[in-house]
Structures are given as structure tokens and as C-alpha cells.
Design a protein around this ligand. Structure first.
Ligand SMILES: [Zn+2]
Length: 410
């Protein structure tokens, strides 16, 4: 079983060790060491990366993943190396990627403080913790949480950080831990539990890496909450991540404010105002289009032929290169209401389309005609006896399809 150097010293980034096992996998290898400061993915905290320096051969390779082997308790390091680079018994030096480790310690220690804050303020216990590449989350056992509770927990957590309380590692048996009031005793207990003690604030069993005092967490920024199966999920970021996230948010807001030529704090008001203006403009445009369609319908009916001659129905065939489906539908409805007519309308634009319509009671079947046309065009659509619509592959074929369909009734 690998000796876990991070257990007693989370700030140790360099160490000497001896290789105990090597399993080569192409241009990678799984390497076990007698001792390691590399943290394996466990307890919600992500693995460390870094480098291993082969003391005998004088070269170094990347450590890209670290996992714990459950049966043996070994820490297994996945490295990128040429075949035969390492063998059991050789000495190596391990170097943990310090900025990545520091980030993980800030997130993980921040989670202890935050979980304790929710527990103390509202008795919301932590069900699970997840550390992502961008944000972290805790799932809390509660049905609901309001914005005020969220802010209170964030405030208390940041006060504990500002007080720079010592964070100490202690070892105790499960019984002793229980007597000390440790919140969660893990079920699979080794001989002794490792306890993380945030002075006079929180005592919790944990195998992860932590800061030496709460001040090193820097800050905690709570983000969105979300209802999940086991309670409420709270998203958060700590330390330099919190600064990075706040910086990104600020840039986003600044860009958005520039779009509206306004100040950040006036952005919601400006956005609402613009949306209202868009709605008003859309209504006005709709009214105008209705009027245009009405005029267009009157004009088209005046010049339309009666076909077949003597049938009493007017035939309107018209293609609009710059109109859209909405407009030709509107126009079709006006045509068939104003006079006994059959209308074959088409439009170009981004979505070339067709509308076939007739006044109720006329003998044609526009739905069937449309179906036949769409089959030839290879597009989709549908409708009933009096009104049908469909798409066309392009404007030219839409225009051509109109006269072809109309010729079957003329
Ligand atoms: Zn921990």
C-alpha cells in the first residue's frame, strides 16, 4: 500500500520515492510508488497532475491521471513515457502541479466551510460534493432554499475565511470521532479516521487535501441553485476561481451594457424596455402587413381570370420573391374570404414555401394537390381540402410548382 504523503502535509509538492510496479500500455504506463504526494480522485476531489523525474535516466515525464486501487490501496499514476522507461526498484522524484493542487485545496476546503455554514444556519446537511473543472457543487438535504438563505451562508462562510482559522489534521477512532461530535462517520472505516478540524467551526472526517488556515481559501462565491432528486444543488467557486468567475461575469455584463449603451446596473431595465419595444414594433408590423395583404388581395382578384370559364371561381397564381410564408398565408385567407377563389401562392426568401387555398364549398382538393406537388419536390407539408402549405427546395422550383398545380384545375 502506497504511503500517502499528502495525508500529513497537503503543501508537499516534491518527494522522492521508489517504483514498486509498472504496467506498460503503449506510450503510457501505470506506475505504483512506495510513497506519493499525488492525490488520487476520491471523495469528490479530482486527481493531481504533474511530472515524474527518473533519477537514474535523467529525464522527466507527465503524470496525466492518478487513481486509487481499491483492493491494494496503492496509488496508481498514469504517465506518458516510452516503453522501458521505468522498472520496479528504481528511484524517482515526483513533482505535483502546484497551481492545480492549490486550486483543488481551495475548492475542497471551501466546501468544508460552506457545508458547515449551511448546517449551522439552517440544519441543511451535505449529501454530496462534486468538483468540476469550472464550478463545484454541493447537494444539500432540503426541499427548498431562498435567496436570503443563500446569501447568509455565503456571508458566514466568507467571515470564517476572513478570520483565518487554523485547519488541522487529527486522527481518531470511529468511537472517539463520534464522541467529538463529528458530523458524518464514513461507513468503510480504516483503523483510524482522519479528521479535518476547522477551529471552533467544523470537524469532519475526510481524506482530501486542505489548506492550512481558512484564509488560504481566499473567498467563496455562491452561484445558482437547482432542485435535484436528493435536495437542492448549490453551485460555488472558491479562491482564484471565484476571482476568475467574477471577472468573466463582469466582462459579460460590460459587453451587454455596451450593446444597450447603458450602465451595468441599468441593464435589466434597458433589456426589458427593448423587449417591450420589439413587441410593440412586431404588432405594428403585423397590422401593416394585414393592410398590405388586404390591398394586394383586392388587386389580384380584380385582374384574376375566371377558370375554368363559367365555373364562378377566380384563379389567382402569384409568386413573391421577397415575402415569407406568414405573409402568403395571410394573403390566401383574405383572397378566399373576399371572393369565390382558388389561390396558388408562393414565396422565396430563406424558406421558399407554397400555399394552396380555396373558398369553402369550391370543388377542388387543395390538400391532395399540395401532397402531389410536395412529392415531386421532395419536401414536407400538409393541410386540408381548403387550405394547405408546404416547403420548396428553392425559389425557382416554388414558382414553377405554382403554375403546374394551378393548371390541373384551370
Ligand atoms: Zn475534505
Amino acid at each position: 500500500m502506497t504511503e500517502r504523503l499528502y495525508y500529513n502535509d497537503s503543501s508537499l509538492n516534491e518527494f522522492d520515492a521508489t517504483v514498486t510496479a509498472v504496467e506498460e500500455q503503449g506510450d503510457q504506463a501505470l506506475v505504483s510508488l512506495d510513497r506519493s504526494a499525488f492525490y488520487p480522485t476520491t471523495g469528490g476531489q479530482n486527481f493531481d497532475t504533474g511530472e515524474i523525474f527518473g533519477i537514474a535516466n535523467g529525464s522527466r515525464v507527465r503524470v496525466i491521471d492518478v487513481q486509487e486501487q481499491e483492493q491494494t490501496g496503492d496509488i496508481v499514476h498514469r504517465i506518458e513515457c516510452p516503453p522501458g522507461w521505468l522498472s520496479p526498484g528504481v528511484p524517482v522524484r515526483g513533482e505535483v502541479d502546484a497551481p492545480r493542487r492549490r486550486d483543488h485545496m481551495q475548492q475542497h476546503s471551501g466546501q468544508h466551510v460552506l457545508s458547515a455554514a449551511f448546517e449551522k444556519l439552517f440544519a441543511f446537511s451535505t449529501v454530496s460534493f462534486h468538483m468540476g473543472d469550472d464550478v463545484c457543487t454541493v447537494d444539500l438535504a432540503t426541499d427548498a432554499m431562498n435567496a436570503k438563505q443563500l446569501e447568509s451562508a455565503e456571508k458566514l462562510a466568507n467571515e470564517i475565511i476572513a478570520e483565518d482559522r487554523p485547519v488541522e489534521i487529527r486522527f481518531a477512532t470511529a468511537d472517539d470521532a463520534r464522541a467529538m461530535g463529528v458530523r458524518k462517520i464514513p461507513s468503510a472505516v480504516r483503523e483510524k479516521l482522519r479528521l479535518i478540524d476547522i477551529r471552533d467551526f467544523d470537524l469532519n472526517a475526510c481524506g482530501g487535501t486542505h489548506v492550512r488556515s481558512t484564509g488560504q481559501i481566499g473567498s467563496i462565491l455562491l452561484r445558482k441553485t437547482e432542485k435535484v432528486k436528493q435536495g437542492v444543488r448549490v453551485e460555488f467557486v472558491c479562491g482564484l476561481r471565484a476571482v476568475g468567475t467574477a471577472r468573466r461575469d463582469f466582462q459579460t455584463l460590460t459587453d451587454a451594457a455596451a450593446v444597450f449603451s447603458t450602465q451595468l446596473w441599468e441593464l435589466p431595465q434597458q433589456a426589458r424596455k427593448s423587449l417591450d419595444e420589439v413587441k410593440i414594433a412586431q404588432k405594428a408590423q403585423h397590422r401593416l402587413l394585414e393592410e398590405v395583404a388586404e390591398l394586394q388581395a383586392v388587386n389580384l382578384l380584380q385582374t384574376a381570370d375566371e377558370r375554368p370559364i363559367g365555373s364562378g371561381q377566380k384563379l389567382v397564381i402569384q409568386f413573391f420573391a421577397d415575402r415569407d410564408l406568414n405573409f402568403i398565408k395571410m394573403l390566401a385567407q383574405k383572397l378566399i374570404r373576399l371572393d369565390k377563389s382558388a389561390a396558388f401562392l408562393g414565396c422565396g426568401g430563406a424558406q421558399p414555401s407554397l400555399v394552396f387555398a380555396q373558398t369553402q364549398g369550391l370543388p377542388n382538393d387543395m390538400g391532395a394537390l399540395m401532397k402531389e406537388t410536395l412529392q415531386k419536390l421532395g419536401t414536407r407539408g400538409g393541410g386540408n381540402r381548403d387550405m394547405a402549405q408546404g416547403g420548396a427546395p428553392d425559389a425557382d422550383r416554388a414558382e414553377h410548382a405554382l403554375s403546374e398545380a394551378a393548371s390541373t384545375i384551370g
